[in-house]
Design a protein around this ligand. Sequence first.
Ligand code: DWN
Length: 392
Amino acid sequence: MKKKFLNLGKQPLANSFLPSIKKNEFFYNLSVSFDTKNYLVSVTNPVNPKKQYTDQYAHRASESRTMREAFKKTALKLKKKFSPKLVMEIGSNDGVFIKNFSKKMVIAVEPCKNLANLTKKHFKTYPNFWNKSLAKKIFNKNKKADLIFSANTISHIPNIKETLEAVELSLSSNGVLIIEDPSLKSVIKTNSYDQFYDEHVYVFSALSIGEITKEYKLRLFDAEEVENHGGSIRYYICKNASKYKTTRRLKKIIAREKKSGLNRFETFLKFTKRVKKSKKDLNKLLNKLKKSDKKIISYGATYKSTTVFNYCNIGTKYFDYVTDTTLNKQGKFTPGKHIPIISPEEGFDDSVDYAFLGAWNFKKEIIKKEKKFIKNGGKFITHVPFVKIIKN
Ligand code: DWN
């Protein structure tokens, strides 16, 4: 049974960075539920993916050094561990993962046409949504994938049944599906409620992945906690009859999840209380700083900050602008709250007193990079794990 625990209010699409401020912007109601049967946490009423994954998709996974290095390391590790002959990535974005494989052995699936165009010159790329009909087009009795990788994508697809059935059709008998997505334990622990937005239909746990895969002739046999995006889990899934045995580290992760209460509704009700407090605290802090005439900006036009800005009802009253390194976000306005986005070169200078870390998941990388700002007295603000000015 699905039980609602969090209401984040009216939200625009996190990807809808606007070239100009328009009046008829699309909004939906963002609430989050817990399924007491399979422990799955999901957006209660998902948005139609055709509205989200268009040829205007903004996010470029290569934009941070942290993720370029993480994907390279992951690709090398998986090649060594599984020696795959044929690899497929679902949701290949700008190719940050597949570029670590030779052209002959990798297939990319990416429904956003602008992104698919970036990889199609060098890699076999299908500009389509992942489903059974695509699986049947790519694979057959004699051609199967030994490794299917998907980072920050399976959590984005509302139809999990179709997704996993298509995977089951495509894998070789000892083939492995590896998915990586933000971990529910980290979200709850660090109060990062901004991991909930239209695209994050699911925030998985090993508990929920273990339950869901069972329904589709698949089996979770291993999992690994990784630092990416503020704490993620890499899940290793195989066919029911495959050779892989359940690992000790998976059992430990599941035990820790149970200890954190990820199988109990009360845990999520407590989380909701902390989220409400976070909203109050952030408004209070920004209000105080603004009253003392400080210049505040936001650092990183993340999808996550769409949730923060719209849930906390904060916009140009507090933030002069948002800086972001992604070229196709610059010159636009943030979804819903319409804060202008400019390049760091243009806007991240000595005039800034405080920078809210929209990209808090890259805190280490950013603090290292912005030593001069800190030395000159600039300060970062974060809401993760609670609202504070970061002490340098
Ligand atoms: O799942 C998703 C994640 C992985 O990526 C997607 N649905 C969409 C996107 O979400 P996000 O926007 O919250 O992701 P990031 O990776 O936290 O975005 C970081 C943003 O900050 C990028 O636009 C790049 C920018 N940035 C910057 O301006 N300066 C990043 C760094 C590290 C910097 O130094």
